[in-house]
Design a protein around this ligand. Structure first.
Ligand SMILES: [Zn+2]
Ligand SMILES: [Zn+2]
Length: 202
């Protein structure tokens, strides 16, 4: 009785163990098969994110599929080595950041005369003496050189400019009664000595 049961037990156990082994082997193969296909799909999507070329994603998937479910890891390694380093999204973000930086740089005001960086609130360039801004004669706020009227108080510069021009014309028409001092000195023999240029031009 113990003999029979022992034999039966060993047969059952060997059958059972072989079925389990078979099942485990089948499962491993099935699992490898799934991972193989998933890896090919991953390579396809990954290449799709890294290139605009429509053919290369298929090439990447083929690179994973060709080495069979048992050696596809080699294909994954090769793919990881040869794929483009950056994703298109990363490239796009980097370009955006560069453009933003460039716009910031361009927003920095520079002198029209010497291209040096100037403060937006300066009225004159300290290096080349170019006019940068002017002061509104009415409200004394900074206004742009090309403004036709003051944005702060509404004073019309077109009219002011013409009166300024007539004022300078009058000054140039009748220079003799006004002692300029800093400008040209007339000598008795008719020659002129130019000491220095007027401090502010234009
Ligand atoms: Zn300058
Ligand atoms: Zn003003």
């Amino acid at each position: 009785m113990p003999d029979i049961s022992g034999q039966l037990g060993s047969v059952v156990s060997s059958f059972f163990s072989s079925a389990v082994v078979q099942f485990v082997l089948d499962s491993i193969v099935f699992y490898l098969f799934i991972v193989w296909l998933a890896a090919a799909y991953w390579a396809f999507r990954d290449m799709h994110d890294r290139t605009e070329n429509p053919v290369l994603p298929y090439f990447a998937a083929a690179l994973i599929l060709l080495p069979t479910p048992f050696l596809f890891v080699l294909g994954v390694i090769v793919y990881r080595v040869i794929r483009p380093a950056e994703r298109l999204g990363d490239v796009y973000e980097r370009n955006l950041a560069e453009e933003a930086l460039l716009a910031e740089v361009e927003a920095v005001k520079t002198c029209r005369g010497c291209d040096r960086r100037v403060d937006p609130e300066w009225i004159i360039c300290p290096w080349c003496r170019s006019r940068l801004n002017r002061v509104c004669p009415n409200c004394e706020k900074l206004v742009g050189l090309d403004w036709t009227l003051c944005a702060w108080c509404g004073k019309d510069f077109e009219r002011a400019a013409t009166t300024d021009q007539t004022a300078t014309e009058i000054q140039f028409v009748a220079p003799r009664p006004i002692p300029t001092g800093a400008g040209e000195q007339e000598r008795p023999d008719g020659g002129t000595i130019t000491n220095r240029k007027p401090a502010i031009g234009g």
